[in-house]
Design a protein around this ligand. Structure first.
Ligand code: SF4
Length: 306
């Protein structure tokens, strides 16, 4: 039985996203009842899952989506209001940043309210420090990418810490030289956290086109090894994460090297995540269908008796 979960991950909104990433993980993993049109989350069930998470020593909450969570800023607020009673140490939101930068869907009022209800860090996914490279991946249908430095400054002005979550692809951030330029960008913009993770795909995927793209743009093992060796020599190891990631300090910039998708390991004491689906089901793996909290807890007990 898992005694602990590291992260509670509620799903905000539906499948819709304003970006067009060719490696979209959401497009590969099961829909799990999440549709293009967002259903209202079962907030009573969410409160029970928060309580379950806390009894399993989970202190971190990350609001994410099967699409782009900030397209539903009111749902973000609803989740934040519920979680507040449970005193999570870290409360974060994963986003492509576009609806916040556009300042139409996510207003200053939303940013103020989210902060007031406990959101501390906003993680923005990118593939590069160069705006045009990010445009080609995220917004090929627009003339320009968002002004990322302006977005980071905007978030800082509301009191948020910012993480840049870099998806590493062949030809993008794929070497220690490119990583150093990414770190320079992070330093220049006073980004509190930088996470790098090689693009990945689940064992089974429901979208062949995305799977083929990922297969063709995997970071070669030699590049991963070169980046890891650089971090180990140039940086100081700060923490090894239970699921295999490592956090380094490189000249005052923290860099976390981790994986995109981690399958639940039934034998580990510490589960990486507890995923909350809007209809009230939970799962510990993006690749699994969710079940009710009662069935999930029962399955945990059953495993411990085997
Ligand atoms: S921003 Fe996220 S959800 Fe949207 S297309 Fe990219 S990977 Fe998919």
């Amino acid at each position: 039985m898992r005694k602990r979960f590291k992260l509670l991950t509620p799903i905000v909104g539906g499948l819709a996203c304003n970006a067009r990433c060719p490696f979209c993980v959401a497009g590969m993993t099961p829909e799990n009842g999440v549709t293009g049109k967002a259903q209202a989350p079962d907030l009573n069930a969410f409160a029970k899952v928060c309580a379950f998470a806390k009894t399993h020593h989970c202190d971190s909450l990350l609001l994410t989506s099967k699409g782009e969570p900030t397209l539903w800023p009111e749902q973000v607020l609803q989740y934040l209001k519920i979680q507040r009673a449970f005193d999570f140490k870290s409360v974060e939101l994963q986003t492509n940043g576009i609806p916040i930068a556009d300042r139409k869907i996510v207003t200053s009022q939303h940013l103020r309210q989210w902060r007031e209800y406990g959101l501390k860090l906003i993680a923005i996914s990118v593939v590069h420090y160069d705006a045009e490279r990010n445009r080609q991946t995220y917004l090929p249908h627009r003339q320009a990418y968002i002004d990322l430095p302006a977005l980071i400054a905007h978030l800082h002005s509301f009191g948020y810490a910012v993480r840049l979550a870099v998806v590493m692809l062949r030809g993008e951030i794929d070497s220690s030289a490119e990583l150093q330029k990414m770190m320079d960008f992070a330093r220049l913009n006073r980004v509190e956290q930088l996470t790098i993770r090689p693009v990945n795909k689940p064992d089974t995927s429901r979208d062949d086109e995305i799977t083929s793209f990922v297969a063709a743009n995997y970071l070669p093992d030699s590049a991963k090894a070169e980046i890891q060796a650089y971090l180990e020599t140039a940086g100081t190891l700060v923490e090894r994460l239970p699921w295999g990631g490592s956090v380094y300090d490189v000249g005052g910039q923290n860099v976390c090297l981790t994986n995109s998708l981690t399958k639940a390991d039934e034998n580990e004491d510490v589960g990486r995540q507890l995923i909350f689906l809007p209809d009230g089901r939970v799962s510990d793996d993006w690749q699994k269908e969710g079940v009710s909290l009662e069935a999930f807890a029962q399955a945990q007990k059953h495993q411990s008796n085997q």
